[in-house]
Design a protein around this ligand. Structure first.
Ligand SMILES: Cc1cc2nc3c(=O)[nH]c(=O)nc-3n(C[C@H](O)[C@H](O)[C@H](O)COP(=O)(O)OP(=O)(O)OC[C@H]3O[C@@H](n4cnc5c(N)ncnc54)[C@H](O)[C@@H]3O)c2cc1C
Length: 713
């Protein structure tokens, strides 16, 4: 309420200013007419006049009223150049800081609520480069003074930074205006202060920070070279515009975009084209999950009495199908395809030898820019005795040809859950061991459904349980685990799958020698444009983080490519505002935007709209009527801030919400869109309908009811 009162007061004061036409006292004419009088007053009582002047200026700036520029002119006219400059610039900065505070106090929470996700990115940007931007904005007088104050108040910029950077940034412009004020007699119009020459010199001042940045980057390169004890010299000519290391999703998209932009690009892959996704990740895991689903469906058909024969299958055939699927998809990512697109593809292990050279197979390639897309690899947990047992990771599990009767899966993230369930359906006795819970990033109500499904498919779940050691006695392998309550348990197994996370692949290809820093989480440190410490060396995909998804790797690949090729002209910050993902268990768990837990953690107020799939006709016809669509929106508004879907086809259903969030489409518009009957996608419309029915305008309907009664007579 206090905020609203303050806003009301500000509007009232602004209204009075215009109602009484107080602006007439801050015109060039008034200033000219009263200049002699004001100068006389300044001569007799200098401090008092400075005090009056500063108060008026501060009020005008604080209330964002028109007249700030005229007040700066007045400083020159009354106090002269050397007193006028500090008095005007300090008054303007104090007033601006008041406006900044008020905007923060009145609007920031509302703005953060409404644009929560986007504001996170903006605030991060402000924390990193805010002072730099503010300085540039202050230098260019065509950006309205009051607007900068109000907008900056909505961000996370510190007040001290705002004040000092404003003061410094406005110094040049203020000096020019104050100087013009000293020549007041010669000035015929206010716009005369802004002659083309003046605008030109201010524009030059505005590009100064950018030139400074370029110079700093140059100095940084030279210093890094000296510090590393290398004598890197930037080649005069380059063989390539871009060298990309790693041909996974990130590297493939990067080189594809570069080739499409007619750049000379080399793509180097040490192992298999397509990287993890094609060879060890998404493709084989989804092929395995589908095979398991075929079996589940056949067994379900028996339960429903529409099929009678027992299901017979061979584990080896299932694994052979996985390999066949990889082979079928392989041409999409093949060296031949990329060569046809104009990419030079080299098979070999690359090593970065300077910020402009990459070595592979004994050849040194000079390049203007480098993109590191070296991906990630499975973490091998440090469990005593692990080296003595048969353990697998997501890289090696695909080589299985015989069914492991007893499989222990360590780790209950998406990979652990997906594979545990698939192997359970392939008649392995699966135990899933998790030191915490399952899918810890997701909301409890969604995870509960996945837990139930896993249990129903035969997975034994041991949560809050740690792996202690591995033992191998008389040919029998065991994993000793300890529950949080201290109880120990021995799990005999034929195969142990370690799925405890993936770590970025940052060693052994020259980063150490270049001194490119790696974050605490193990990713190559990059800025919002994916630049590393070296402005022409970029990183994207799993190696750069923060997400580990094929679609994010591809998304970043576009930015890495465009920024590496055109960054000196125009750079693009990676847009992480709407990132969807799915855990491909059965049922699937798909999410975009905030979960309830995240929203609460960030203090974002939200409402939950839930539609249960038990009511969906198509889900009933498919004998799959379980799960829900959950939408988070700001209280009373149909704007979507997060969606979690659990159910069959959840990954496909999510796409409509991803589109809606990306383009600011609300639930009312989804409700107003025709969805084919009977389809799964209707669930989205019904969720939107649910929101609508919870937000009906009750009072209006009361009147409508009266209207109908009146019409009936
Ligand atoms: C089991 C599993 C299931 C998954 N399922 C999904 C899913 O369903 N959906 C999803 O979005 N994501 C999924 N992922 C994650 C996805 O696979 C990764 O996010 C994606 O592959 C990352 O792509 P990338 O290009 O960054 O790295 P990678 O695909 O790992 O590619 C990096 C490449 O760089 C090469 N390389 C490394 N160093 C050098 C060097 N010095 N010289 C030359 N080449 C080098 C490597 O050989 C590798 O081929 C899954 C992962 C796993 C393990």
């Amino acid at each position: 309420m206090k905020r609203w009162w303050l806003l009301l007061l500000l509007i009232l004061l602004g209204g009075l200013f215009f109602a009484f036409d107080l602006q007439r006292f801050i015109t060039l004419e008034t200033l000219k007419n009263s200049r002699d009088e004001l100068q006389q007053a300044y001569r007799t009582q200098p401090l008092r006049l400075i005090g009056y002047y500063a108060s008026v200026y501060i009020i005008i700036a604080a209330l964002s009223l028109p007249g700030a520029a005229m007040m700066t002119l007045a400083a020159g006219a009354i106090f002269g150049l050397w007193v006028g400059i500090p008095v005007a610039v300090i008054s303007a900065s104090i007033g601006a800081t008041f406006a900044f505070w008020m905007s923060r106090y009145v609007f920031r929470d509302a703005v953060q609520q409404r644009f929560g996700e986007r504001m996170v990115a903006i605030n991060e940007g402000i924390q990193r480069d805010g002072a730099f931007y503010l300085f540039t904005l202050r230098l260019i007088p065509i950006f309205p003074f009051f607007m900068i104050n109000l907008l900056m108040g909505l961000t996370a910029m510190q007040t001290g930074t705002f004040f000092w950077v404003s003061l410094l940034g406005m110094l040049a412009g203020t000096a020019i205006y104050v100087n013009a004020g000293t020549e007041l007699g010669l000035l015929t119009s206010f716009s005369g202060t802004l002659s083309p020459g003046l605008i030109g010199s201010l524009a030059l001042l505005a590009v100064f920070p950018w030139v400074a940045r370029w110079g700093l980057e140059h100095v940084r390169m030279t210093r890094m070279s000296r510090m590393r004890g290398k004598n890197w010299t930037k080649p005069n000519r380059f063989e390539r515009n871009l060298v990309v290391i790693g041909a996974g999703a990130a590297g493939l998209v990067t080189s594809y975009v570069a080739a499409a932009a007619r750049a000379r690009v080399t793509l180097i892959e040490a192992n298999r084209m397509g990287g993890d996704c094609l060879n060890y990740g998404c493709v084989p895991s989804k092929a395995l999950i589908r095979s398991a689903a075929f079996l589940r469906e056949t067994r379900r058909a028996r339960e429903l009495g529409i099929a009678h024969a027992a299901v017979e299958y061979s584990f080896a055939d299932i694994m052979a199908r996985v390999r066949r699927v990889i082979t079928t998809v392989e041409p999409h990512d093949s060296a031949q395809r990329y060569a046809e697109l104009g990419v030079e593809v080299i098979h070999g292990k690359a090593r970065v030898t300077s910020p402009w050279t990459v070595e592979v197979n004994g050849r040194s390639i000079t390049t203007r820019a480098i993109v590191l897309a070296t991906g990630s690899r499975p973490v091998i947990p440090s469990i005593p005795g692990l080296e003595r047992v048969r353990y697998y990771t997501s890289d090696t599990i695909w080589s299985l040809t015989e069914r492991p009767t007893r499989l222990v899966v360590l780790g209950a993230g998406p990979i652990g859950c997906e594979l545990a369930q698939a192997f359970a359906l392939l008649d392995c006795e699966v135990t899933l061991v998790a030191n915490n819970g399952l899918l810890v990033r997701e909301d409890a109500d969604a995870v509960a459904l996945i837990e139930t499904a896993l249990r129903m498919d035969g997975v034994r779940l041991l949560t809050q349980t740690n792996a202690v050691r591995c033992e191998c006695e008389a040919g029998e392998q065991h994993l000793i685990v300890r529950h949080k309550d201290g109880a120990e348990n021995s799990l005999p197994f034929d195969a142990l799958l370690c799925a405890v996370g993936r770590t970025a692949h940052t060693e052994g290809f020259g980063l150490e020698e270049l001194g490119i820093p790696v974050s605490k989480k193990g990713h190559i440190e990059t800025d919002a444009w994916l630049q590393t410490l070296y402005p022409n060396v970029y990183a994207c995909g799993d190696v750069a983080g923060p997400y580990q998804f094929t679609h994010v790797a591809g998304h970043q690949g576009w930015y890495a490519s465009v920024n590496a090729l055109f960054g000196s002209v125009k750079r693009f910050k990676v847009d992480y505002s709407v990132i969807p993902w799915t855990t491909f268990t059965h049922p699937e768990l798909a999410r975009v935007g905030l979960s309830e837990a995240e929203a609460s953690r960030r203090g974002i107020k939200y409402e939950v709209t839930r539609y249960t799939l038990e009511d969906l006709d198509r889900a009933i016809t498919d004998e799959a009527a379980f799960g829900f669509v959950k939408v988070l929106s700001p209280p009373g508004r149909d704007h979507i801030v997060g969606v979690t879907i659990v159910g069959d086809h959840a990954s496909d259903l999510l796409a409509e919400f991803v589109l809606a969030m990306k383009h600011g489409i609300g639930l009312k518009k989804i409700l107003g869109t025709i969805h084919t009957y009977p389809t799964w996608s209707e669930a989205n419309k019904y969720a939107a309908g649910q929101w609508r029915s919870e937000h009906l305008p009750g009072r209006v309907l009361d009147w409508v009811e009266k209207y109908h009664a009146w019409r009936r007579g």
